[in-house]
Design a protein around this ligand. Sequence first.
Ligand code: ADP
Ligand code: MG
Length: 169
Amino acid sequence: MPAPHPNLLPGGEGTNDRCTNISLFLADEDASAALAQRLAARLKPGMVIYLHGDLGAGKTTLVRGVLNALGYNGRVKSPTYTLVEPYHAAGLDLRHFDLYRLHDEEEWEAAGFRDEFNGHNIFFIEWPEHAQGLIPQADITIDFAILAQGRNVEISGNTPTGRECLKQL
Ligand SMILES: Nc1ncnc2c1ncn2[C@@H]1O[C@H](COP(=O)(O)OP(=O)(O)O)[C@@H](O)[C@H]1O
Ligand SMILES: [Mg+2]
């Protein structure tokens, strides 16, 4: 097995798979961009990634970094009001959701979001807790915590696909 990245410290509880949970300090935006770049290189069609954390924690910044790493040169704006922004980059179809302002299941169904989950699109979902029961389980969850300087992220792989992705991160 390749040596883990020196910045990736194994963590988590209740598992003997040291690659399932990763705790990582991101000192600045460049560190976030570096993580985004590694993640971008390991995305597979159909992957679902939940992004947890307070407003301003760096969720959208990470998605922007992933898209930039995939060669997307357009503007990556927060889908705060549209709820979703679609992207095509590096042969991949990505969907960036921000569900902070999702009100109820009716709104979800009316918008046709269910059809987006076709096993092909790749999802980055901010505030997934607002669509509990409506969206598939995450392959990977990333929890952002705001520190006095920088951010801490806890990354966990919840499915074989997610765990495989993290092993190579
Ligand atoms: N690792 C980091 N260290 C310090 N500041 C960061 C880091 N990552 C992102 N930021 C900054 O924090 C803010 C995060 O905003 P944003 O990504 O929109 O947050 P969210 O989508 O979680 O609400 C931005 O101003 C960004 O420049
Ligand atoms: Mg955001």
